[in-house]
Every structure is written in structure tokens, then in C-alpha cells.
Design a protein around this ligand. Structure first.
Ligand code: ZN
Length: 210
């Protein structure tokens, strides 16, 4: 059966090789409807293939390698997204974390999520010392608006309590997933929501202090 190398549009796993059952389109010449599923999440994928030279029903090729072939994958894989109003450098760290996470690179993902969090904390509450990320979150003054529940959540994430001395400890999938969820919520909390609220205020109240 033909196969296609693609990112899963459902679970976003990167570079999944999906086996396809190919059926020729009986109305449009040179078009094939191909059906398969992601082995990671089991969800179905349809690939519409335009192909002039190959009988896909008897092919074992990776469709990406067949010259003159155009493939459209449905549903369309969603691009990883960053919470809006996140500063550019922090958004870049977070996005790198997401890409690594989707490729099952737990250490790379965990490292980038921590970097995104650390940079966020420095942005909203600059300090000269270098405590663990968890302590930085604990030490945020009330006016920044991070709730007690969010501080308690930070305590539940094992890797946030590690300092630079423990950076050699590998991340596992569970660590990386918890850190990803916390980082996303934190970015929404400290960047997305305040800016959304500010935009709804009357102009004078919304003006940022000089
Ligand atoms: Zn999947």
C-alpha cells in the first residue's frame, strides 16, 4: 500500500508514516482518494492525490517521493499556536518547545518550556537572584495577579523545582506534558488576558503607566 510521511493533523505527532488504501477517483482522471489512520492516535486521515504516472493501488511508495504527485491531507494539520500577546522572544521559546514536544523530544521540549517560563518571569518581575522557577513563581508579588491556585499548580510540577544543579535530569513524556500545559496557561494568564482586558477599557484607563 502507498504511504505518506506527514505530521498527524489530530495528535500533531511529527513525521508519522501513514499506510493508505488508495481508490481511483471514477470521475476525475488522475485523482486518487486515499484513506489511512495515524498509528499514534488511531484517528483517520484522507489524502487526495493527483498522480499521472503511477497506479497507486499497487504501489508501496512514500507519496512524497513520487515525482509529479500532489498530495492534500485532510483534515489540514493545524500549525502550533502561541497564546496571543506573548512577547516575541518568549513566543519563540514556547514554539520551539511545542515543535520538540510534537516530535517526542521530551528533553528539548522541557528545556524550551522552562526557558519560556523563566523569560516570562523575568519580563513580568525582574530580579537579580537566580532561584528555581517554582520559587520565582512563589515570590511574585500579589499585584502581578498570579493566583494562589496557579502557585499551587506550579508546586505540583516536579521539574519546576529543579535548579541549574539538576538540569542534567532527563525529562520524561509526563513531565514535558505537564510543563507544556502549565506554560500555556501561564502565558495566557500573564500576557493574553491582561492585554485583552486592557483593550476593553476606556482609553484613559487603558493607558499604560509611563
Ligand atoms: Zn495522531
Amino acid at each position: 500500500m502507498p504511504r505518506i510521511l506527514t505530521d498527524c493533523p489530530h495528535c500533531r505527532a511529527a513525521n508519522v508514516l501513514i499506510g493508505l488504501t488508495a481508490r481511483r477517483n471514477e470521475i476525475l482522471p488522475y485523482y486518487w482518494n486515499c484513506y489511512g489512520h495515524c498509528d499514534g492516535c488511531g484517528k483517520g486521515v484522507v489524502v487526495i492525490v493527483q498522480c499521472h504516472n503511477t497506479d497507486l493501488s499497487s504501489s508501496n511508495a512514500n507519496l512524497r517521493d513520487v515525482s509529479g504527485t500532489t498530495c492534500t491531507v485532510f483534515p489540514t494539520p493545524a500549525a502550533p499556536s502561541v497564546p496571543e500577546h506573548t512577547p516575541e522572544n518568549i513566543a519563540s521559546f514556547y514554539l520551539q518547545g511545542l515543535r520538540a514536544f510534537n516530535a517526542s523530544l521530551w528533553d528539548a521540549a522541557g528545556g524550551m518550556f522552562r526557558k519560556a517560563l523563566e523569560a516570562s518571569l523575568k519580563k513580568i518581575h525582574p530580579t537579580t537572584d537566580r532561584p528555581t522557577i517554582q520559587k520565582r513563581i512563589d515570590n511574585l508579588p500579589p499585584e502581578i495577579g498570579v493566583t494562589l491556585a496557579m502557585k499551587q499548580w506550579a508546586h505540583a510540577i516536579r521539574v519546576l523545582g529543579n535548579d541549574a544543579m539538576h538540569d542534567e535530569e532527563p525529562f520524561n513524556e509526563d513531565d514535558a506534558k505537564k510543563l507544556k500545559e502549565f506554560t500555556e496557561a501561564f502565558l495566557i494568564y500573564v500576557f493574553t488576558l491582561p492585554e485583552r482586558v486592557r483593550k476593553q477599557l476606556p482609553e484613559t484607563a487603558a493607558a499604560k503607566p509611563a
